[in-house]
Ligand binder design. Sequence first.
Ligand SMILES: [Mg+2]
Length: 236
Amino acid sequence: MSALPRFALLASLVAASLTLPAVAVEAPASPAGVTAVTLSQQAPIHWVSVAQIARSLDGLPPMAVGFDIDDTLLFSSPGFYRGKQEFSPNDESYLKNPAFWEKMNNGWDAFSVPKEVGKALIAMHLQRGDHIYFVTGRSATKTETVSQTLQQTMGIPADRLNPVIFAGDQPGQNTKVQWLKEKQMKVFYGDADGDIKAAQEIGIRGIRLLRAANSTYRPLPLAGALGEEVIVNSQY
Ligand SMILES: [Mg+2]
């Protein structure tokens, strides 16, 4: 590069910098701060591990156990996020739209991430010889691939698979209760208050899994608030 073009470049850069609008420099917000007390604050929750649940069932004969699906076994927010964008970007009415459920129940679980804690629980109950049921608040559709997705991602042998029960969602009614009763379940796992309440309503053990922080299902529930056991590290 000759001296003249270099000078011209420099001059144009200086000119550009002179014409830039002044940017107000804001003082950094002062941090809220912590104390040793706030840092160590813990809620009095009954935490359990999968191994502790297994030990608590030692010696008991095979039993029926149930699982919620969304945010319990599958991180299915990708499909729900897509559904809201496509069917009702401004409200939650997509959850009442059969067209959404057709998509969600027939393929969009290909984008659902199976939860590690779900795999560990299912493996434990399969080993015990328990009967495993899935009870979801999703609306029923004529066909579904959710059962197949769960079979594959949770490692369930075909002859041990019970197809998903689509309990649906009725305002003012806990639609899961009747199914927990009918299948004579002894334990029910879920992330929502409704899952734990359904179990407690019929006097069986409701065990909470944490809903992942990035779930689209808000607000996040208060795990342990119903006095139930909560599984450690169950957000994934
Ligand atoms: Mg759920």
